[in-house]
Design a protein around this ligand. Structure first.
Ligand code: LMR
Ligand code: MN
Length: 489
C-alpha cells in the first residue's frame, strides 16, 4: 500500500501523482461544529475569546525583516507591491536588482523566490519553479535570517519540491525544518508525509511515533500512523488510530484513503461499523456510494455492479471469448503444466486465506514483457479488441484459485473499467463471487461482467482449482479522448 494517490491497488502499479482530473473530494463538513446555544453569556465569552485571538495573531505576525532588510524596506515594499499587483516581470527585475545590490538580504531573496514561484505558476514553467525552489533555499541559508522567514521559505520550498515530484529534496528540506523547530508537530507531520511519499513507511512510522509520544491526541499523526499499521497488516491495531484520527477532524485527516482503510480494517475483524465509515466517506464526497469506493474516478459514468454484454456494447468481444474459450483454456493449462513460473501469487494482501495466482498478459494498456509468447493464440485473439488491450486502467490476465481461498471484500481503484470473467475451469459447487449484494457463480465458456469499483468478495470452496480469464475493458461511456489521456493505473 503506497501513500500516493492510489489506495488499495490490486495491481502493482500506481498512477502518476498529480495528474488526476477527477472527482474532487468535497469540503469536509465543519467538524465538531455543534452549535452553541445563542444566549448572551456565550456570546460575550466568544467576543472575549475573539479579542484574545486577535491579540495573539498580532503578536504572532511573522517577522520577515532582519536589520539589513529593514534598512532597505521601502525598496523591498515597492518590489513586493509589483508582485502583489501581478506585474511579475517587473517585480522580478526589482527583486533581482535588490539581490544584486544586497546579496545578504534574506527578505529580498525571499521576494525573488516568491516572484519566480508566481511566474512559474503563470507561465506553467517547471524551470522557473526549480529556480524558485533554489532561491527559497538561498534565502533560508543567509546568515541572520529571521526564524520566521526561514520557516516560511523552507516550508514553501518543501511544498514546491513535492509538487515537482522532487520527493528526496522535499524530505531533506523538511528534515532541516524539523531540526530548526523541533517543537513544531505540524512540521514533523509533514516530514512523515514526505517519508510516505517516498515509500519509506519505516521512516514515517518513526516520525509519527515521536509525535504521538509527546502529543498523543494529535489527529494527523494518529490517522497516518494508523495508515502505516494497516499497511503492515496490523489490522486490529490500526483501527483506533485511524478512527480517532478521523474523529479529530483535524486538517489533513479528511482523506478518502483513511475512510477506505478504516472500513477495510473493520470489515476484516468483522465489525459492522465499517459501513458507518463508508457512509461518512460517501457523505463527505470521497466515495461515489457506500458500495462503490474506488478513489480514481471519472464522475457521471453509469454505475452498477453487474452488467450484461448488451449494456456494455462490447458484444463482439464477449462472443469472441465465449466462442474461443477452449483455445484460451488450453493455452493457459499448458502454461500451468509447464510449472507455475508465470503465475505470480497475489501480493496485495486481499486474501484471508488460500492460494491465488495470476498470469498477466496486458497491464496499463501494454503487453507485459514476453508473457504473450506463452499463450500466442490468446494474445492474437485479444489483439482485435482495443477496448481491452488499450485499457490503461486495467489488465488482461489468467487467474487461478485453489480450494480453501477466501478473498476479503474489496474494491478496485477506479470506476473507469469493467471486468469480464471468462470461466475456463470451474469446479462445482463451491466457487462464487459476490458483488454488492448479488452473488454469482462462474460457468465454463461463459462471461460474467462486473464493475470492480463496487465491493466484491470471492470464495473458492470446491475440491480442485478454479481457472478464469480476466479481461478489463474501458467503461463504455468514456470518450476516445479520455481513454487516451487518463493516467494509467
Ligand atoms: C477479482 O477480480 O477481484 C477476483 O474476482 C479475481 C478472481 O480471480 O476471482
Ligand atoms: Mn477484485
Amino acid at each position: 500500500m503506497m501513500f500516493d494517490l492510489i489506495t488499495e491497488v490490486e495491481e502493482t502499479s500506481r498512477a502518476a501523482a498529480g495528474s488526476e482530473p477527477e472527482r474532487q473530494p468535497a469540503e469536509p463538513e465543519p467538524e465538531g461544529s455543534v452549535r452553541a446555544a445563542e444566549d448572551g453569556q456565550e456570546a460575550e465569552g466568544r467576543a472575549e475569546k475573539q479579542a484574545e485571538e486577535k491579540e495573539k495573531a498580532k503578536k504572532k505576525k511573522p517577522k520577515l525583516f532582519n536589520k539589513l532588510d529593514k534598512s532597505i524596506k521601502s525598496e523591498i515594499d515597492a518590489a513586493e507591491k509589483l508582485r502583489k499587483k501581478g506585474k511579475l516581470e517587473e517585480a522580478l527585475k526589482a527583486f533581482d536588482s535588490l539581490v544584486q545590490r544586497y546579496p545578504q538580504s534574506p527578505r529580498a531573496r525571499y521576494g525573488k523566490a516568491q516572484t519566480e514561484d508566481d511566474l512559474a505558476e503563470k507561465l506553467r514553467s517547471n524551470d522557473l519553479l526549480q529556480r524558485s525552489i533554489n532561491t527559497y533555499g538561498e534565502a533560508a541559508d543567509i546568515p541572520d535570517v529571521t526564524s520566521d522567514l526561514l520557516r516560511a521559505a523552507l516550508k514553501r520550498r518543501a511544498e514546491r519540491q513535492q509538487f515537482l515530484g522532487r520527493m528526496r529534496g522535499s524530505l531533506a528540506t523538511l528534515q532541516k525544518l524539523v531540526d530548526f523547530f523541533p517543537d513544531d508537530f505540524a512540521l514533523r507531520n509533514d516530514l512523515g508525509v514526505a517519508h510516505l511519499l517516498l515509500g519509506d513507511n519505516k521512516g514515517a512510522k518513526k516520525v509519527y511515533e515521536e509525535v504521538l509520544a509527546v502529543a498523543p491526541s494529535n489527529g494527523f499523526a494518529k490517522v497516518h500512523y494508523g495508515f502505516i499499521l494497516k499497511a503492515e497488516n496490523k489490522i486490529a491495531e490500526s483501527i483506533p488510530y485511524l478512527r480517532e484520527g478521523l474523529e479529530s477532524g483535524e486538517p489533513g485527516t479528511d482523506d478518502g484513503r483513511f475512510y477506505f482503510h478504516l472500513g477495510d480494517a473493520l470489515q476484516r475483524v468483522g465489525d459492522d461499523s465499517a459501513y458507518y465509515w463508508y457512509e461518512l466517506g460517501h457523505k463527505r464526497g470521497h466515495f461515489a456510494s457506500v458500495w462503490q469506493r474506488s478513489l480514481y474516478n471519472v464522475e457521471g459514468l453509469k454505475a452498477q455492479p453487474w452488467w450484461t454484454p448488451q449494456e456494455t456494447g462490447y458484444t463482439d468481444l464477449v462472443k469472441m471469448l465465449e466462442r474461443n474459450w477452449r483455445t484460451i483454456r488450453d493455452e493457459a493449462l499448458a502454461v500451468m503444466d509447464r510449472g507455475k513460473g508465470r503465475f505470480l501469487p497475489e501480493e496485495e494482501n486481499l486474501r484471508e486465506k488460500g492460494e491465488w495466482g495470476q498470469y498477466t498478459l496486458w497491464q496499463q494498456g501494454k503487453r507485459v514483457g514476453n508473457a504473450c509468447q506463452g499463450v500466442p493464440k490468446t494474445c492474437a485473439l485479444m489483439d482485435r479488441f482495443p477496448e481491452a488491450t488499450s485499457c490503461k486502467r486495467g489488465q488482461i490476465k489468467f487467474s487461478v484459485m485453489q480450494p480453501g481461498t477466501h478473498v476479503w471484500p474489496h474494491t478496485g481503484p477506479t470506476n473507469c473499467r469493467l471486468r469480464m470473467h471468462l470461466g475456463l475451469v470451474i469446479p462445482t459447487p463451491g466457487c462464487r463471487i459476490r458483488c454488492t449484494n448479488q452473488t454469482r457463480e462462474w460457468e465454463e465458456g461463459k462471461v460474467l461482467i462486473f464493475d470492480d469499483s463496487f465491493e466484491h468478495e470471492v470464495w473458492q470452496e470446491a475440491d480442485s482449482y478454479r481457472l478464469i480469464f480476466i479481461v478489463d475493458v474501458w467503461h463504455p461511456e468514456l470518450t476516445q479522448y479520455q481513454r487516451q489521456t487518463l493516467s494509467p493505473i
